[in-house]
Unconditional design. Structure first.
Length: 372
């Protein structure tokens, strides 16, 4: 399981989240209704995370996560821990189902808190990860830019910043400090999950951006600039990857459109070691945008996490071969298209399905790449 000769992202890798076990779901419900204390909930979280890490190591993963077991949402829990953010409850139909959700908006000057709870969460994962590497996932900066500011009704009714430039400066500083804090805590594999880029090619969201007085094509440059500057001071031995999918909420998706519009800007961000991109269905489009890739690795999300049906290894091999027409095979890796539980509820598959999917990713990778 040594990582000495391995390169990040790995030939077979994971996005990060796992289905929450029933014991954890029950403990969270009991805490919500006041039946158990916060300490009792944390005990269950700790135990289920230790068990999850052992399962990840047993299946042969080079990097392991805490499964995002301490989170309600893949992104919101991290954002909520920043200074200058307010969380609110609402109902959404955005994913094709009516469900309770939460959102965030910028309600004060944005900054990173040195006591952010995710730092201790990472230290716990790292303590139990060896000999595998502990991978930390956090939402990318443009999640805040798009959702908590540009498209936020609450923010637009009471804007905090006099200009986008001033906001961008604070956002960049916040993420620079966050990245350094994780590094100082021992993190050497950090992943930015950032679905906001989908809003720049989905026509419905491009219209929403326009209605808020901004141009999606200009925002593409802003998103690139913000991300590059967030990573500008990244330590040389910290690997940072980018994950993008078009939404993953209880097996439902959010964005439509092709990577073509964002590929040039996204792949120009040289500080990234690799990109995880969703490619599990027709909505993902073709592999042509991969021709914009520079020297980084591309992790093809060809194995869906939206259902438990196992993909045919031959078909996946053919898809990888097809992708290699646009980017050298040596730069390609394989993973599931997203996590298995972007939210506490999880996707529509079983834990058994989940582990079979990961084993499938590993087995396919080992037949294609000698260094897997």
């Amino acid at each position: 399981m040594s990582n000495n000769n391995q390169k990040i992202p790995y030939r077979y890798d994971i996005v990060g989240s796992f289905l929450r076990p029933e014991s954890l779901k029950n403990a969270r419900a009991a805490f919500a209704d006041g039946s158990i204390s916060k300490d009792a909930l944390i005990e269950v979280e700790d135990q289920t995370i230790i068990e999850l890490i052992e399962k990840q190591k047993a299946v042969g993963l080079h990097a392991v996560t805490d499964g995002e077991f301490r989170r309600r949402w893949w992104h919101l829990d991290f954002i909520a821990g920043l200074n200058g953010i307010t969380v609110y409850d609402f109902q959404t139909t955005a994913f094709g189902i009516t469900t309770d959700a939460q959102g965030t908006y910028v309600s004060g000057p944005l900054s990173f808190s040195p006591t952010h709870p995710f730092l201790d969460h990472f230290r716990f994962t790292q303590k139990h990860a060896a000999p595998a590497l502990a991978k930390q996932t956090i939402p990318g900066p443009n999640m805040i830019f798009l959702d908590s500011l540009i498209l936020s009704k609450q923010y637009n009714e009471n804007p905090i910043y006099t200009s986008l430039e001033t906001f961008k400066q604070d956002l960049i500083k916040t993420y620079q400090e966050a990245i350094q804090a994780f590094y100082d805590a021992g993190c050497r594999y950090l992943q930015l999950d950032d679905t906001s880029w989908g809003g720049l090619f989905d026509e419905r969201f491009r219209d929403l951006i326009k209605k808020n007085g901004l141009d999606a094509d200009q925002l593409l440059n802003d998103f690139q600039e913000v991300t590059e500057r967030c990573l500008a001071n990244k330590p040389a031995d910290l690997a940072v990857t980018f994950h993008f999918c078009k939404g993953n909420f209880q097996s439902h998706w959010l964005y439509n459109g092709s990577y073509e519009k964002i590929a040039k800007n996204l792949f120009s961000i040289k500080a990234f070691d690799g990109f995880f991109l969703e490619y599990d269905d027709e909505r993902s489009g073709g592999f042509e945008p991969l021709k914009e890739l520079k020297k980084q690795r591309i992790v093809l999300g060809l194995i869906t996490t939206k259902n438990g049906e196992l993909e045919d290894p031959t078909t996946i091999g053919e898809r990888i071969n097809e992708a290699s027409k646009y980017v050298p095979l040596d730069q390609i890796c394989l993973s599931p298209q997203c996590g298995f539980a972007s939210t506490h509820e999880g996707n529509h598959l079983t834990e058994e399905d989940q582990w079979k999917k990961i084993e499938l990713v590993k087995n396919i990778a080992e037949t294609i790449w000698q260094d897997a």
